[in-house]
Design a protein around this ligand. Structure first.
Ligand SMILES: C[S@@+](CC[C@H](N)C(=O)[O-])C[C@H]1O[C@@H](n2cnc3c(N)ncnc32)[C@H](O)[C@@H]1O
Length: 266
């Protein structure tokens, strides 16, 4: 079709009305799952009081504290970053719960073989060399123990230059965002796939519907950053910009947050 015909078709036919059917279709909520759903998914796995959960990459232990309170679990909050270890210790003291805080990475966890009933690993694996990481998870999980991991996977809509900028700026190991690599490395380590749930844009849709996050605010700040002439090569500016596109990329389908459950075959 030559461009003239294409223009006639676009304005004369496709955009001749306001596409009321598509407007109506996209006006309805699809009842997206929110971040709380991850706790429901964990609950459905059947954690029992007294069992040990290791929160790998726990940051400030907010989620560890919630898991302990919700299920009466024993817990270890593990993170390699000193600042996070301090924040976790402070939050745990304020919460008045008992949780061991360990400064370590997933690749070398000072935890005994078969010691853990559960691993909770939310939004961490993209930073990790998966081979040693999964080997350690398989080692500390008892046979039949389960690992729940939330991972922001990349999709084929994430263009190579976008990917290399985003991953470089956010300390992400590129292959650790690829679902086929993630699944192969887990399997190689002796972790069997129990379930895989692709959330896509659901969490972000839920945040938009609830008004707890604003995509337009992130985009507005990005545009202001550019027009300001901010130095996007500066690591702090670049990380700020990358964090602003993070949620938007989920809505655009460039990344696909995915929840995996694996079990250790022992
Ligand atoms: C995006 S934050 C997620 C924190 C928390 N799990 C959450 O969901 O809010 C990523 C976390 O992974 C931690 N992390 C980075 N590399 C890690 C590694 N090799 N082993 C364990 N944790 C790591 C970071 O310190 C940070 O706390």
């Amino acid at each position: 079709m030559n461009p003239r015909n294409a223009v006639d078709k676009l304005y004369g036919e496709i955009w001749a009305d306001d596409s009321p059917a598509l407007e109506a279709e996209t006006e309805q909520s699809l009842n997206p799952r929110g971040t709380d759903w991850l706790f429901e998914a964990f609950e459905q796995l059947g954690p029992q009081p007294g069992q040990l959960v290791v929160d790998v990459g726990a940051r400030d232990a907010t989620h560890t504290i919630r898991l302990v309170r919700q299920h009466g679990l024993r817990a270890i909050a593990l993170d390699p970053v000193e600042l996070h270890v301090e924040l976790a210790r402070r939050a745990i003291a304020e919460a008045g719960v008992e949780i061991d805080v360990v400064q370590a990475g997933i690749e070398a966890m000072p935890i005994g073989d078969d010691a853990a009933d559960w691993i909770w690993c939310r939004d961490v694996l993209v930073h990790v060399d998966l081979e040693p990481g999964f080997a350690e998870c398989a080692r500390i999980l008892r046979p039949g123990g389960q690992m729940l991991a939330y991972v922001t996977c990349s999709t084929d809509k994430l263009e190579p230059r976008e990917a290399s900028w985003l991953f470089d700026v956010l300390a992400i190991v590129p292959e650790s965002t690829q679902p086929d690599v993630i699944e192969a490395r887990a399997s190689d380590a002796g972790l069997s796939l129990v379930s895989k749930t692709e959330l896509g844009g659901e969490w972000r849709e839920r945040m938009l519907e609830a008004g707890t996050w604003s995509a337009s605010d992130d985009l507005l700040r990005l545009s202001r950053l550019r027009r300001h002439g901010a130095d996007l090569d500066d690591p702090r500016v670049a990380a700020y910009a990358a964090a602003r596109v993070w949620g938007v990329y989920q809505l655009l389908g460039k990344t696909c947050p995915t929840v995996y459950v694996w079990t250790s075959s022992g």
